[in-house]
Design a protein around this ligand. Structure first.
Ligand code: ADP
Ligand code: ZN
Length: 737
C-alpha cells in the first residue's frame, strides 16, 4: 500500500516543500504538519498514513495549517493516502473543530469519535441466497406456490427472508431447490438502504397533520431551524416526525439522522420504521457489530445510506448531505457522554444542524427545561400534540403516602399497589412494577456488629445481586461472592439485606401472585438483545401478566395491554444532590406512568413516596406540567443555573486525596479574576473515590453572556499540566453539578 522507505525528503531543500496539517486521532489539540510528497495533491478530509515517531498512524488532512512553527529538517512526509476510504466531508471537519472548541476536549479525540469504525472495508465472503429457476417441481403445494410468487420479482432472496415472506419452513425451500425451481445465487454485497418516502402512508389525525405540516414547512424553507415537537406520551410524535423524514427524503433526497437514547433503539422502533419506509435504516449503537459499523460508516460517507437511526455517537458519522436531524426523547440524560469527550449529543446536534443549515426536530413528552426556555425565548419553534392518538386520557396518577400506608415489614409493595395489581389481573390486563435499581438490595449489613459492605475502590455500598450470588459495585464493577459470614465479627447468618432492588421486588411479586406470569426487565438480567426482544414480544402479545422493570421499560415500547403502573420508590432520584433531580424525577415518572392505558382501558398509576407534597409529586398527580416547568424555571433563574447561566466542572483525580487536593487547590489559586465568572471549590466530588481515584471538583459558574470557553483556556494556559498520576477532566455543561 505504501512504502515507508520513501527517499529522505530533506534532500530536496527546505524552501519549496508543500505541507499539510494532519490531525491524528489522539489526545492532541492541533494537527501536526507533514510534507506533501512531490506530485501528490491532498485535500482536507483525506485519510492519510503518516509517521509518528517510530510508528505509522492514520490521520486526516485538516483545514488550516497548524500555528506551530516546524523545523524544516524535522519535517516528515505523508506516506500514503487511503484511497479506499471516503474522505471526511468538510462539514465534519468544521464540526470537530466546533465540538473541541466548546467542550475543551482535544481535537484529536473528537476525530477519534468520527473514526469509530474499521475504516478499511475488507472484502467480504460472498453470501448466497435463492432466485427463481427454470425447474418445475413434481407437486405444487400452496406453500411452494407462495415461495415461487415471492421470487417472481427476479431478486435474490436470503433463505431466511424467503421463509418469512412466504411463511414456509426451510424444508419447503430445500425441496424447491432440489427440483431446480430455485437456484442458488450470490446475494448483493452491500445491503441497500433505500427508504421510500411514499411506501406506506399513515393517516394522520388533525393534530398530527398540523404538527407534521409545521415540520415539513421547515424543510421546504431550508436553512437552520429547531422545532420542539412536544406531545404527551402516546400522542403519535413518531408518526409525525416520520412525515418530516419522508419530506427530507423527497425534498432533494437528502440524508436523515434520527438520534434516540440507546435503550429506545429497539426492534419495535426499527420495525416501525421499516413498515413506514419499506426498509431498515442504517443502525448505529453499541450492539452493532464492527463489520456492520464499517458498512454503515462507509455507506453514510458515500451517500448510500440515506437514513441512520442511532445512539448519540451517530452524530459524528460522515454524512455528505445531511438534510434533517431528529432527536427523540430529547430530554433523556443518556444523550450526555461522560467519558473521553464529554458532550451533550442533543446540544451538539443543534450545532451540527446550524453548521449544516438544516432543520432539527427535538421530540419529547417531557422536554428538558433548556428546550422549553428556548421556545419561550423564541429560538425554537413549538409543534404541539395535545392529546393521545387513541383519544384515551392520560393515566390517572396518585401518590401513595408511605408514611400513612407503609408496606409490611420486609416488603416493598403497599396495600394500594397490591389492590391495583389485583384489579388489573382480574380484568386480564397487565401491570408494571417499576423500580430503577438493579440487584436485590442496595446495602448489606451485619445485624450483630453493624458492618456495612463497601467497595474497596469507591465511595459506595456494594449491591447484592442474589441471582448471581455476588456483591457488586455499580460504579466500578468490583464484585465478590456473597460472604458466608461477617468479615468483621465473623457472625454467621447475621448478614441482612437492606432496602429493595428489582430482584427483591420480583421475589415479592412472585410470592404475592404465584399464578401470574412474570417478566423481569433489568439490564443485568437480560443476557442479550435477542433475549430482550423476546421478552418485549411476549409482553406486547399479552403473554405476561406482571412486568417488573428498571428504566429499561421506561421508553421506546408500546405495551398495548398495560393498564397499571406502580412505582415502588418515587423518591429514589429525588434524593440525589443533583440540581436537576426534580426535573429528572418528573420526566422519568411521567414517562413510566405514561406507559399505562395507551390503547384499551384507561390507565392508572400509583407512586409510592414519603413526600406526597413535593412539587414533583404534585405535578405528577395533578398532571399540571406547565406549573411544574414554571416553578422549575423560576428556581434555575434565581440560582443562575443553566439555561440562565453557564457551568463547567473541573474534576481533578489522583491516587491519594492529597495529590488530588494539591492540584485542585493550585488550580483554584490560579483562577483569573473575571467580573461575571465565579470559581467555587475545590470540594470533594459527589462520588469522592471511584476506582481508587480520589476526586476533587471545582465548579465554574458564569453569566450567560460570559465567554466561558475563553476563560477556561486562559486559566489553563497559566497553570502547569497535572503530573504524577493526577488528571484533569473538564465537563462543560455538567449534568450533575
Ligand atoms: P409517542 O411517540 O408520541 O409516544 P407514538 O408515535 O408511539 O407516540 O404513537 C402511539 C401509538 O399510536 C403507536 O402505537 C402508534 O402506532 C399509534 N399511532 C400514532 N399515530 C397514528 C396514526 N396516524 N395512525 C395509526 N396509528 C397511529
Ligand atoms: Zn467500586
Amino acid at each position: 500500500l505504501f512504502d515507508a522507505d520513501l527517499p529522505e525528503s530533506s534532500a530536496r531543500g527546505a524552501t519549496t516543500r508543500a505541507t499539510v496539517p494532519v490531525l491524528l486521532p489522539l489526545a492532541l489539540d492541533e494537527p501536526y504538519t507533514y510534507e506533501v510528497p512531490a506530485g501528490e495533491t491532498l485535500a482536507p478530509g483525506d485519510f492519510v498514513v503518516v509517521p509518528l515517531g517510530p510508528v505509522k498512524r492514520i490521520g486526516v488532512v485538516w483545514r488550516e495549517a497548524s500555528a506551530r512553527p516546524v523545523d524544516p529538517r524535522k519535517l516528515k512526509p505523508v506516506l500514503a493516502r487511503l484511497d479506499e476510504v471516503p474522505p471526511l466531508p468538510p462539514l465534519n471537519l468544521a464540526f470537530a473543530d466546533w465540538v473541541a472548541q466548546y467542550t475543551l476536549a482535544p481535537k484529536g479525540m473528537v476525530l477519534q469519535m468520527m473514526m469509530s469504525a474499521r475504516l478499511v472495508f475488507e472484502a467480504e465472503e460472498p453470501r448466497f441466497g435463492f432466485r427463481g429457476g427454470s425447474g418445475v417441481p413434481s407437486r405444487m403445494t400452496d406453500a411452494r406456490q407462495r415461495v415461487m410468487a415471492a421470487v417472481a420479482d427476479g431478486a435474490v432472496w436470503s433463505k431466511k427472508r424467503l421463509m418469512d415472506a412466504a411463511g414456509v419452513s426451510a424444508a419447503v425451500i430445500d425441496g424447491l431447490a432440489e427440483a431446480d425451481a430455485l437456484i442458488r445465487a450470490e446475494l448483493p454485497r452491500t445491503r441497500a438502504f433505500a427508504p421510500r418516502p411514499d411506501f406506506a402512508f399513515a393517516s394522520l389525525s388533525d393534530a398530527q397533520l398540523t404538527a407534521a405540516g409545521a415540520l415539513q414547512q421547515t424543510i421546504a424553507e431550508g436553512g437552520f431551524s429547531a422545532t420542539l415537537l412536544d406531545g404527551v406520551t402516546g400522542s403519535g410524535k413518531t408518526e409525525v416526525y416520520f412525515e418530516a423524514v419522508a419530506e427530507a427524503l423527497r425534498h432533494g433526497e437528502r440524508q436523515v439522522l434520527i438520534l434516540l437514547p440507546e435503550i429506545a433503539l429497539t426492534n419495535q422502533f426499527l420495525e416501525r420504521f421499516e413498515r413506514r419506509f419499506g426498509c431498515r435504516p442504517g443502525e448505529w449503537h453499541s450492539a452493532v457489530s464492527p463489520k456492520e459499523r464499517a458498512r454503515v460508516w462507509r455507506g453514510v460517507a458515500l451517500g448510500e445510506v440515506r437514513v441512520v437511526c442511532g445512539a448519540r455517537s451517530a452524530l459524528f458519522l460522515p454524512f455528505t448531505d445531511l438534510g434533517l436531524i431528529v432527536v427523540d426523547e430529547e430530554h433523556d440524560p443518556s444523550f450526555k457522554q461522560d467519558d473521553r469527550v464529554t458532550y451533550q449529543a442533543r446540544d451538539m446536534a443543534v450545532v451540527r444542524a446550524s453548521l449544516g443549515k438544516i432543520p432539527i426536530v427535538l421530540a419529547s413528552a417531557t422536554p428538558s427545561v433548556e428546550s422549553i426556555v428556548n421556545v419561550q425565548r423564541g429560538r425554537y419553534r413549538h409543534a404541539v400534540l395535545p392529546g393521545r392518538f387513541s383519544g384515551n386520557a392520560l393515566p390517572d396518577v396518585e401518590a401513595v403516602d408511605l408514611r400513612a400506608v407503609p408496606p409490611e415489614r420486609g416488603m416493598w409493595i403497599s396495600e394500594p399497589l397490591v389492590g391495583a395489581v389485583n384489579e388489573a389481573l382480574a380484568k386480564g390486563e397487565q401491570a408494571l412494577l417499576f423500580l430503577n435499581r438493579r440487584g436485590y438490595a442496595p446495602l448489606t449489613l451485619c445485624r450483630a456488629c453493624g458492618h456495612r459492605f463497601t467497595c474497596p475502590q469507591c465511595t459506595a455500598y456494594l449491591v447484592e445481586h442474589r441471582l448471581r450470588g455476588r456483591l457488586v459495585c455499580h460504579h466500578c464493577g468490583f464484585s465478590l461472592p456473597f460472604p458466608k459470614a461477617c468479615p468483621s465479627c465473623h457472625g454467621e447468618a447475621t448478614l441482612a439485606a437492606s432496602g429493595p432492588g428489582i430482584e427483591r421486588v420480583t421475589e415479592e411479586a412472585q410470592n404475592r401472585w404465584p399464578d401470574a406470569r412474570l417478566a423481569v426487565l433489568s439490564s443485568d438480567l437480560v443476557p442479550s438483545t435477542a433475549a430482550l426482544r423476546e421478552i418485549l414480544t411476549r409482553i406486547t402479545e399479552g403473554d405476561v401478566d406482571i412486568v417488573v422493570g428498571t428504566q429499561l421499560v421506561s421508553k421506546g415500547h408500546n405495551f398495548p395491554k398495560l393498564s397499571f403502573v406502580g412505582v415502588v420508590d418515587g423518591d429514589l432520584s429525588l434524593a440525589t444532590a443533583d440540581p436537576r433531580a426534580g426535573e429528572r424525577t418528573f420526566q422519568l415518572l411521567h414517562q413510566v406512568t405514561g406507559r399505562a392505558g395507551r390503547f384499551g382501558a384507561p390507565g392508572r398509576g400509583l407512586i409510592q413516596t414519603h413526600f406526597p407534597d413535593h412539587p414533583v409529586m404534585r405535578a405528577l398527580v395533578t398532571g399540571d406540567r406547565e406549573a411544574f416547568y414554571e416553578a422549575e424555571i423560576g428556581l434555575r433563574e434565581e440560582a443562575g443555573y443553566p439555561p440562565f447561566g453557564r457551568l463547567a466542572a473541573l474534576i481533578v483525580s489522583g491516587k491519594t486525596r492529597y495529590d488530588a487536593e494539591g492540584y485542585a487547590r493550585a488550580l483554584a489559586l490560579a483562577a483569573p479574576e473575571a467580573s461575571r465568572i465565579q470559581v467555587l471549590g475545590p470540594v470533594e466530588a459527589p462520588l469522592a473515590i471511584i476506582r481508587g481515584l480520589h476526586r476533587q471538583r471545582l465548579l465554574v459558574k458564569a453569566a450567560r453572556e460570559a465567554d466561558l470557553q475563553a476563560y477556561l483556556r486562559a486559566w489553563l494556559a497559566g497553570v502547569d499540566a497535572p503530573r504524577g498520576g493526577v488528571t484533569l477532566h473538564i465537563d462543560v455543561d455538567p449534568h450533575s453539578f
